[in-house]
Design a protein around this ligand. Structure first.
Ligand code: UDP
Length: 253
């Protein structure tokens, strides 16, 4: 079989040319990075879990009419997605204070916010993805006013969907990050959810205990990241019964 052409390799995923024009194969690696890749490790099974979880969330969004790039899962680590032009913004939605918002504004982590807060960061690793305002976005032409209206509406719909799905399994969606892509259908262009939605890009706290079930487990050395993501997948009924055994053999003594 001919080798596939690699299009791009990022911190957690590799993109390959897809089988048909306009498609891309998204491969989920086990690599975990934090603090702009200053902290790095390989977490066995993370890619498998994120592939499944992102499939689950993106399929749910597609089903309620929120367009995403997701087409279908191909295997344990790969999914077929629609190719799109990524808008160079990270869209962050917050329901509770945490992370950089808590630091920046001195609000205690876990404080419930009076309404969802949407923030925009300019996607540039060299600059550390700085927070930007709509003024910057308009002035530098990263997105039009129409795009910004659509992005806000998509972000809030993703928030409502994800919050509900998580609450149903006893988890608070504290915050999350999404990326948005532009696709062209003939003369029309529209925006869709791209990249991934997984515990790598969300903060997920158990409602009862406050236990963190997201990438903060890795960022803050709070235990096993695989166990945390497996717990999210288990609660959502996402992983097939023996899938964790495939990725992480259990030792019997
Ligand atoms: N986030 C992400 N990628 C980034 C920055 C943030 O997925 O490059 C997610 C992060 O996991 C969290 C949310 O966006 O769920 C808000 O992150 P925050 O701004 O608090 O930054 P952090 O504290 O993670 O540096």
């Amino acid at each position: 079989m001919a080798r596939r052409k690699k299009i791009y390799e990022g911190k957690a995923k590799i993109l390959y040319e897809g089988p048909e024009p306009g498609t891309i194969v998204q491969y989920f690696k086990d690599d975990a990075t934090a603090f702009n890749a200053q902290k790095k490790d390989v977490v066995d099974g993370k890619g498998v879990l994120n592939n499944r979880l992102s499939e689950y969330f993106m399929t749910g969004l597609n089903n309620i009419g929120v367009p995403t790039h997701f087409i279908r899962r191909l295997n344990m680590r790969e999914q077929l997605v629609r190719s799109c032009e990524i808008i160079p913004l990270e869209i962050i939605v917050r329901n509770f204070a945490a992370g950089s918002l808590s630091k920046r504004l001195g609000i205690e982590e876990g404080t419930s916010l009076p309404r969802p807060i949407v923030e925009y960061c300019y996607k540039d690793d060299k600059l550390g993805d700085p927070l930007v305002t709509e003024e910057h976005i308009a002035a530098f032409g990263w997105a039009s006013q129409q795009d910004m209206d659509d992005i806000l509406s998509l972000a809030l719909r993703v928030n409502d969907f994800m919050s509900g799905v998580m609450m149903a399994v006893g988890i608070n969606l504290v915050d999350f990050k999404i990326e948005i892509g532009r696709v062209y259908d003939g003369d029309f262009q529209r925006l869709i959810i791209a990249d991934e939605i997984s515990p790598d890009s969300c903060r997920l706290w158990d409602i009862e205990t406050g236990q963190k079930l997201d990438k903060d487990v890795f960022r803050r050395d709070l235990g096993s990241l695989t166990d945390a993501y497996t717990e999210v997948a288990r609660r959502l009924g996402v992983m097939p019964k023996n899938a964790t055994q495939i990725t992480r053999p259990t030792l019997i003594n």
